[in-house]
Design a protein around this ligand. Structure first.
Ligand code: BTN
Length: 269
């Protein structure tokens, strides 16, 4: 069992803020699995598991997440003390914070896009994914939340069914530790404001960097597919999709494919 370390300096990362308890590992199966185990053993909010590579990195919908050394893999344990549907908003807080951390590292012409629900894109190609996992307590509140984030820093994945990129492809030479430190600072700040003041600020920031709003979109649900135009995200985090007949659908969970816009790539979840 991994024990959480005290927040403090490590070789390549430096000191994180007081919110964090860093657990740094050379290689694990999955940082989400490590963080889940720590959550169930009672580890505190802010426990951050960072691994330099993963043997069994997991993406959403049971997909593999390619995890070679040089890219960034971490999972953050949170205990937001709210209903699961509200806790799911943390993925948007994280996407916004990651966008904020990436922007100063990128060349001026590069564009960060946030794709509903959980992807971060650069110039229309996926650079990062977010995997949120949680458990509820007997009263139905969120017992713990594990926010797992993978960022293609040095390497773009092979053979994935969507356009993908890596930070290095933009000409940026920043390493995983630099990006993690930038994210950690911004996330702690945004997460605190989300907890105390609610989702409105996150929603506005997410919307201002959203990828695909106004574009034709296809949403695959469990039983059917809806085609329409993505018109926004509502005050709870659902995607608003306007169908051809004028009906606005509220999509709480699903797989979205946006048609290419203005020479950008499409990104399939
Ligand atoms: C996605 O499918 O887009 C989500 C990818 C999430 C990958 C990260 S890497 C760190 C953490 N550990 C995992 O096994 N998965 C997440």
């Amino acid at each position: 069992m991994i024990q959480p370390a005290e927040a403090g300096p490590v070789s390549s990362l430096g000191r994180l803020g007081a919110f964090y308890h860093l657990v740094e590992r050379a290689e694990v199966d999955s940082t989400n699995d490590e963080a889940r185990a720590l959550a169930e053993a009672g580890a505190p909010e802010g426990t951050l598991v960072w691994a330099h590579s993963q043997r069994k990195g997991r993406g959403r919908r049971g997909r593999n997440w390619q995890s070679p050394p040089g890219n960034l893999f971490f999972s953050l344990l949170l205990r937001p003390d709210c209903a699961p549907a509200v806790a799911a908003q943390v993925s948007f807080v994280a996407a916004v914070a990651l966008g904020d951390a990436l922007r100063p590292l990128l060349p001026p012409a590069a564009r960060v896009g946030l794709k509903w629900p959980n992807d971060v894109l650069v110039n229309g190609a996926k650079i990062a994914g977010i995997l949120l996992e949680s458990d509820i307590d007997v009263g139905g509140a969120t017992a713990w939340l594990v926010l797992g984030i993978g960022v293609n820093v040095r390497h773009r994945p092979d053979g994935v069914p969507y356009p993908a990129t890596a930070l290095a492809e933009t000409g940026c030479s920043a390493d995983a530790a630099t990006l993690l430190a930038g994210f950690a600072e911004r996330f702690a700040d945004r997460y605190g404001r989300w907890r105390h003041a609610g989702f409105a600020e996150t929603r506005a920031a997410w919307t201002s960097s959203a990828h695909g709003l106004g574009a034709a979109a296809t949403v695959r649900l469990a039983q059917r597919t809806i085609e329409g135009q993505a018109v926004g995200m509502d005050e709870d985090g659902a995607l608003l999709l306007q169908a051809g007949d004028g009906t606005t659908h509220r999509i709480a969970a699903g797989e979205v494919h946006f048609a290419p816009m203005d020479g950008t790539h499409a990104a399939r979840d």
